[in-house]
Ligand binder design. Structure first.
Ligand SMILES: [Fe+2]
Length: 386
């Protein structure tokens, strides 16, 4: 199947990484983007963990003013974004700093669009629906999962329609991403585990994508390797080196999938997440082994390389045995981390599956999945994961 006769790879985010870099460089990076008054988008938990103040001190150290909006909730809604924009206007800010997980970064991306384009966020639903360049945006992730700091979409929940929608365009990508593992040392283990599995799912789906290129493959397989080496240690004791490698892996996977798209897991979770308020990384973890088992015959050689990247010795195995080992090694990682393994245990209801399948089949991730799925196939994966 020839899907991508023309391939494009874009990445215009400057990445600054290392322990304590956020408090050292945020002020100068915002100043370099031309910001005079920064709007900090975050959530109450991140503020309570004491992560925001050293970063706002870095802003004041550059003679910069700022205002803090801590109203972001998981799976941010259109209301969260529109309220943030109202606060930004009241405070007179010209630039945006996101500190948090994917929810805060996505909300900040959407707010940055509104700063220069005005109106309500749903006016810009879809790809390239805004005309003015968004306000300068700097993203500081405090989890190691979404890759949102380098991707060109903002996922926003529309409660009225019970869907997650997207505001996307190359210009929405943050100008700077600051990867500082010290911001993750207080992260509760279940969050590290869940967001780490989101990153692993991005890496694996991107690596298997039919729209992948050697460039995205290098990033996604490199991310698989870093996650295999570091996620258990990051969850076990918040080891700073392991968290730093997980942050890098999450960003690498983001760079890959922003250019290759994903597969059936994200086709499903994009819909599931709008219908049920489930943690995205946990839903990915539950679906991943089942989706891999379905996809295996479409990309057995790549599955074998995933097993090797995860640290398995595969030389003595047949190619198919090596491919199957990739599924087993991912399942055992999920088991070791103590993540849920059934959709029924996280509040998903079986009677919603037909809606998930119908909407999921329209996803842009479906045509790049390594095995062409039918609606019955998606239903079967959902039932196995239930
Ligand atoms: Fe994801």
């Amino acid at each position: 199947m020839e899907l991508a006769k023309v391939s494009r790879f874009g990445m215009n985010t400057r990445i600054v990484s290392g322990p304590n870099v956020a408090e050292k460089v945020t002020g100068e990076e915002v100043a370099a983007l031309g910001g005079k008054k920064a709007f900090v988008v975050t959530d109450e938990g991140v503020v309570a963990a004491g992560l925001v103040q050293p970063i706002t001190d870095s802003l004041t150290g550059q003679g910069m003013e700022f205002a803090v909006y801590d109203g972001v909730q998981p799976n941010p809604t259109t209301e969260v974004v529109d309220a943030g924009y109202t606060k930004l206007r009241e405070a007179g800010c010209d630039s945006v700093v996101a500190i948090g997980g994917g929810s805060s970064i996505d909300a900040a991306k959407a707010i940055a669009v509104l700063v220069t384009n005005g109106g309500k966020i749903l006016d810009y639903e879809g790809l390239n629906k805004f005309t003015e360049l968004p306000a300068p945006l700097l993203a500081i992730p405090t989890t190691c999962g979404t890759g949102s700091e380098v991707t060109h979409g903002a996922v926003i929940s529309d409660k009225k329609r019970r869907i997650k929608t997207i505001v996307a365009g190359v210009a929405i990508r943050p100008k700077v991403a600051i990867l500082d593992p010290t911001l993750l040392v207080t992260l509760p283990s279940p969050i590290t585990a869940a967001t780490g599995l989101d990153a692993l799912t991005h890496a694996i789906e991107s690596y298997l994508s039919l729209a992948g290129t050697p460039l995205t493959d290098a990033l996604s397989l490199g991310a698989v390797e870093l996650i295999g080496q570091n996620l258990r240690r990051a969850v076990a004791n918040n080891d700073l080196d392991a968290l730093g490698d997980m942050l890098m892996a999450s960003t690498m996977a983001g760079m890959a999938f922003a250019n290759s798209r994903l597969g059936i897991i994200h086709a499903i979770t994009d819909i599931l997440g709008g219908m049920y308020d489930v943690p995205h990384g946990v839903a990915c973890a539950i679906l991943l082994p089942h989706a891999m088992r379905f996809n295996l015959i479409g990309a057995a050689g790549k599955f074998a390389r995933i097993a090797s990247a995860m640290g398995e010795i595969t030389e003595w195995l047949t190619p198919l045995e090596a491919a199957e080992m990739a599924v087993d090694t991912v399942a055992s990682l999920i088991y070791d981390l103590g993540l849920p393994t059934r959709l029924r245990d996280i509040g998903v209801e079986e009677d919603g599956f037909s809606t998930v399948v119908e909407s999921g089949m329209k996803s842009p991730h479906i045509p790049v999945n390594p095995r062409r799925p039918t609606p019955d196939d998606l239903m079967s994966v959902l039932r196995q994961a239930y």
